[in-house]
Write a protein that binds this ligand. Structure first.
Ligand code: SF4
Length: 426
């Protein structure tokens, strides 16, 4: 089955027509058919010969494709929308064709825009906010058990009415929101309370004008186009149209991935979610943050180390190299290694001090280092797993590495154990 199949009105313009159904639609159709047969069985229209739940279950392959997909607005576009919301003027409001002025007062539009941009609440909750929903903190508050202080001017509290999954709750919001709402409340005309269908009570809706509250589509159809026009950004991006719910996803993602992020439980409370699983979908790490973390982890650097190499140009120009004289010295810190294939030496991390070794304190090493014709360069060497461990874990791991290599011959032919015995006997 594809989009548009079995649709009666074939003239309906739909650019998705003929494309495969989305997983969520497949699941929805199966759920409808399940319910149909279950009802038929319960009303005894058909015998209970099979279980609709099992026979018509949504396949796991379809379920796996259904996942929450918060459509976060890109940071640069969001920043422009914030600027537009904070700087909205009368000239930004479109003219009503009948009365040549916008239907709603500027202060109401500003307050709705700022609520959408800062509160991170559902569209339905913005529409149903009540007068007096802003509460200011009168004094500085010390957070219990800490010495941290929440300044009385930093934030205010927004009372959210009961919503689809949880009872009403209070959330801290930016003071810009509180100020915009208070300005509108001061000039809001007195109007008859209206019925809130959610809880059956008569209330004074905050965003109400001429006896009517703003509609459910006010933010999507009016506020967002006004802000996009002012900000000079399109009303849709790669993820689709900019809609009221995308502000909630964007704010939640920014709060969870900022430098000093909110914890998952704090974010759950702030968003008014009943279940943590709903909040987790908002905590997606942004690709740029992931890139930064990856960079900080220094995965590549972890696996390589840089050593300084001294090149004796005298030895090269005088032709001493052809006589087998060393010309390249790997600086080991405690001494110099003259082995050309240093990078392949198994002992390079715990140098056994073979015949290729020149101790730093020796007069030969001092002469080499004093040479004016010496060129210094850096060489990166990839580390084996044991060496990496020795670098990260310190002396204990290094000692283990030494023990492991005690009987492995050095490039000069002798093993570290033999070399040590020679030193001890000398
Ligand atoms: S054991 Fe010899 S070859 Fe290996 S790093 Fe030490 S001096 Fe160089």
């Amino acid at each position: 089955m594809r989009i548009g199949d079995y649709v009666e009105n074939i003239n309906r313009a739909c650019d998705k027509e003929g494309k495969p159904l989305s997983p969520i639609t497949k699941s929805g159709f199966l759920s409808g058919v399940r319910r149909f047969f279950r009802d038929c069985q319960e009303w005894e229209w058909i015998p209970r010969k099979f279980s609709p739940e099992r026979a018509l279950a949504t396949p796991r392959s379809v379920q796996a494709l259904i996942k929450p997909n918060p459509k976060v607005i890109a940071d640069d576009i969001w920043a422009k929308l914030l600027w537009a919301g904070l700087n909205l003027t009368g000239e930004d409001l479109p003219d009503n064709k009948i009365c040549h002025s916008y239907t709603y007062p500027l202060k109401l539009v500003q307050a709705v825009a700022i609520t959408w941009l800062f509160a991170g609440v559902r569209n339905n909750e913005i529409v149903r906010l009540r007068t007096g929903c802003i509460r200011w903190q009168k004094d500085d508050v010390i957070i219990p058990g800490t010495s941290e202080v929440v300044s009385k001017d930093a934030i205010c509290y927004l009372e959210i009415p009961v919503n689809k999954t949880s009872p009403g709750y209070t959330k801290p919001v930016d003071k810009a929101l509180g100020e915009a709402v208070e300005i509108w409340e001061k000039i809001r005309p007195k109007q008859q309370p209206l019925l809130d269908k959610k809880d059956g009570s008569f209330v004074d809706f905050l965003f109400m004008y001429r006896g009517k509250k703003i509609g459910q589509g006010f933010i999507n159809d009016s506020i967002i186009p006004i802000l996009c026009k002012k900000a000079g950004v399109p009303t849709k991006d790669v993820k689709g149209n900019i809609t009221s719910h995308r502000a909630r996803s964007t704010i939640a993602t920014q709060l969870s991935t900022s430098k000093d992020p909110m914890t998952l439980l704090e974010l759950k409370d702030w968003l008014g979610h009943s279940h943590l699983s709903s909040t987790i979908s908002y905590t997606k790490v942004t690709p740029t943050k992931l890139a930064k973390s990856y960079q900080d982890a220094e995965y590549f650097k972890r696996n390589i180390r840089t050593v300084e190499v001294l090149i004796d140009q005298d030895a090269i120009t005088t032709g001493a190299v052809t006589n087998g004289e060393p010309w390249k010295y790997y600086d080991l810190g405690h001494g110099l290694c003259t082995y050309d294939f240093f990078s392949q030496c198994k002992h390079r991390m715990a140098c056994a001090g073979c015949g290729f070794y020149i101790p730093k304190g020796s007069s030969k090493a001092q002469i080499i280092e004093a040479k004016g014709n010496l060129e210094r360069m850096l060489q990166e060497i990839p580390l084996t797993e044991d060496e990496q461990f020795a670098v990260e874990e310190g002396i204990e791991a290094l000692t283990k590495l030494k023990e492991k290599l005690a009987d492995v011959p050095t490039p000069s032919g002798k093993t570290p154990r033999q070399l040590e015995e020679e030193i001890n006997n000398a």
